[in-house]
Design a protein around this ligand. Structure first.
Ligand code: PLP
Ligand code: SF4
Length: 335
């Protein structure tokens, strides 16, 4: 009798899940029993920016509900085809800071490293939906150029792994990159910007936690969650593993019309995050990227929401409302 070998280690699970993503409107509609009358427009929007989501994220959605706040973040809609004044393909004008391939050096003391070019899910409002990732897929030689660049500028204290989603990198190359950075004496902090703890919690492997716990860096991870419904028991388990590895957890959200643009939803999110060991960090105004205008909330409404949060929550549970202004020296606080 032939014995089938089953994957036994956790490492295989997340990579399998990454291979089994939902990448067509049909598959998304079928899984969630959505009305087919939206399918035609979904295809048009999918042609501009493809559907992409994990099964974990889908499992946290309500079947049959076209207005589910998680679904809305990944569902392509006809509204994306609308051209609106003030919206562009590259709202942050990051190109001018794309110093060398893989590096965006914009703020003092820290650099953003495009460590991976894919994400586990495609968020419809993503400001990088038109980013030229092909030009930022890194070869070994380019990684070396990045280390040289960081090594030659002693004002850089912190490296931020971003993307795409940096945790889309497998454990071995991830650990290699951390080890190479550890050789640069002026780097003291490592930060990881990732949505993966939320949308692919199985990625938080023992090996990953081991790499981060044993690094000489102070490590922070900024996750990205927009709604309390995303904080499922499986997600909480993954977050707890990170906390146990001495990683400081912060969250950034984007203020999105129809998803989290009311005080009750934002309050519930802050509380759910804190219970899971995550401090609210930023609440971003939408970056005005083509295809996302239907998510836009204006500054006045945003300020009213923050006032409502401030009046009902402990101070540390209120995220900082910020906006990204191209060429500004930091995120711009909105008061
Ligand atoms: C947001 C961002 C950072 C980090 O900014 P903090 O305010 O330190 O969180 C760094 N580099 C770039 C290019 C960014 O967009
Ligand atoms: S996970 Fe982040 S980078 Fe990736 S699509 Fe979503 S918002 Fe954009």
């Amino acid at each position: 009798m032939i014995q089938r070998t089953l994957p036994t280690c956790q490492e295989l699970d997340w990579q399998d899940e990454l291979r089994q993503l939902i990448t067509t409107p049909e598959a998304l509609f079928e899984r969630l029993c959505l009305p087919s009358r939206y399918l035609d427009q979904a295809h048009k929007a999918h042609a501009l920016f493809p559907v992409r989501t994990t099964l974990s994220f889908i499992n946290a959605m309500q079947k049959g509900d076209i207005n589910d706040p998680l679904l809305k973040q990944v569902l392509p809609l006809g509204e994306e085809l609308i051209q609106k004044k003030g919206f562009t393909d590259t709202p942050l004008e990051e190109d001018s800071f794309n110093t060398i391939p893989g590096i965006i050096h914009k703020y003092h003391g820290r650099v953003l490293l495009i460590a991976a070019t894919q994400c586990a899910i495609n968020c419809r409002y993503c400001f990088r939906r038109n980013f030229d990732y092909t030009a930022n897929t890194l070869s070994k030689a380019q990684w070396q150029d990045i280390f040289n660049y960081i090594n030659s500028d002693s004002s850089i204290e912190e490296v931020i792994f971003s993307g795409g989603d940096p945790l889309a990198m497998p454990d071995a190359p991830f650990a290699w990159a951390v080890t190479e950075l550890e050789k640069i004496p002026h780097i003291t902090r490592l930060r990881i910007h990732s949505r993966i703890p939320i949308v692919l919690p199985s990625r938080i492997t023992k090996t990953l936690c081991h790499t981060l716990r044993n690094s000489r860096f102070d490590v922070a991870m900024v996750i990205h969650s927009n709604h309390a419904q995303e904080i499922t028991p499986t997600v909480i388990e993954a977050l707890n593993k990170l906390t146990s590895a001495n990683i400081v957890l912060l969250n950034q959200s984007v203020l999105l019309k129809g998803i989290n643009d009311n005080a009750a939803t934002l309050t519930a999110l802050s509380k759910a995050l804190f219970s899971a060991g995550v401090m609210p960090y930023y609440l971003h105004l939408l970056d005005k990227v083509n295809g996302a205008s239907h998510f836009d909330i204006n500054k006045t409404q945003a300020k009213q929401l923050i006032t409502a949060l401030t009046e009902s929550l402990s101070g540390y549970l209120v995220p900082k409302l910020v906006q990204e202004i191209p060429h500004a020296k930091s995120k711009t606080p909105i008061r």
